[in-house]
Design a protein around this ligand. Sequence first.
Ligand SMILES: NC(=O)c1ccc[n+]([C@@H]2O[C@H](COP(=O)([O-])OP(=O)(O)OC[C@H]3O[C@@H](n4cnc5c(N)ncnc54)[C@H](OP(=O)(O)O)[C@@H]3O)[C@@H](O)[C@H]2O)c1
Length: 232
Amino acid sequence: MNRPFVFINVAMTADGKIDTFARKGAAISSQRDKERVDKLRAESDAVMVGGRTLLDEDPKLTVKSDELRAKRVARGLAPNPAKVGVVSNAEFKSHSKFIYEGGGRVVIFTTYRTSKDQLASLRSHDLKDRVEVFVHESERVDLGIMMQTLKELGINRLMVEGGATLNFELIRHGLVDEVSAYVAPMIFGGEKAPTMVSGSGFERGEAVPLKLIRVEQWDDGVLLNYKVERSL
Ligand SMILES: NC(=O)c1ccc[n+]([C@@H]2O[C@H](COP(=O)([O-])OP(=O)(O)OC[C@H]3O[C@@H](n4cnc5c(N)ncnc54)[C@H](OP(=O)(O)O)[C@@H]3O)[C@@H](O)[C@H]2O)c1
């Protein structure tokens, strides 16, 4: 495969929402799910987020457990997986946690919409050994090319942590192998609250088929793991 193995992981409510209508990154995971997510991160070569999650929430995306980080180091890896951002206009705030927390490798895919000044600051002296920026000369990042680049950078296992628009674009392009979701026992409702996958959506005939490969009840929540039947 000329791309990494790609899996999406989300925490969602029983009505499929991954945040409330307020879009402030509402807490959905249980403690046990947070530990599962930490393990998934620790087992991945890179963790990816889309532009809105990246710029609005500025996630750290680091491995929280000292033990899991130590195990990575014992395997000859960096303590944290690389962080990957897909963002049309990479206007990061000056002390972005995404870029600085964890001190590890950061890969940013962006477009001509990112200003020259911002590109220069991302490629500045103090970041140049850690931050790689790929500029696609188009309106949106070409996700197929992005995946090839990630593979060339040695990323073989990629965890995607949202949001809804990036999830849709990756699935639409056949670039997702598995989807896992912790379904929390709560309902958010709200037409404007994001679901696991948004974008323009599919007609019924184009719906992406899934195969259930794992299901577990965790108290009143459920862990679901699907294989995508039509990935490229
Ligand atoms: N519960 C969970 O597990 C979880 C996890 C992550 C996020 N979330 C929630 O998801 C919500 C955010 O989702 P979202 O759909 O609004 O945003 P998103 O998927 O995080 O980011 C979408 C943005 O990424 C950029 N993007 C996507 N594909 C691109 C491409 N091919 N090329 C260039 N840029 C691309 C676009 O920026 P431009 O519009 O600038 O082009 C797009 O608007 C938040 O409420 C967050 O809390 C929940």
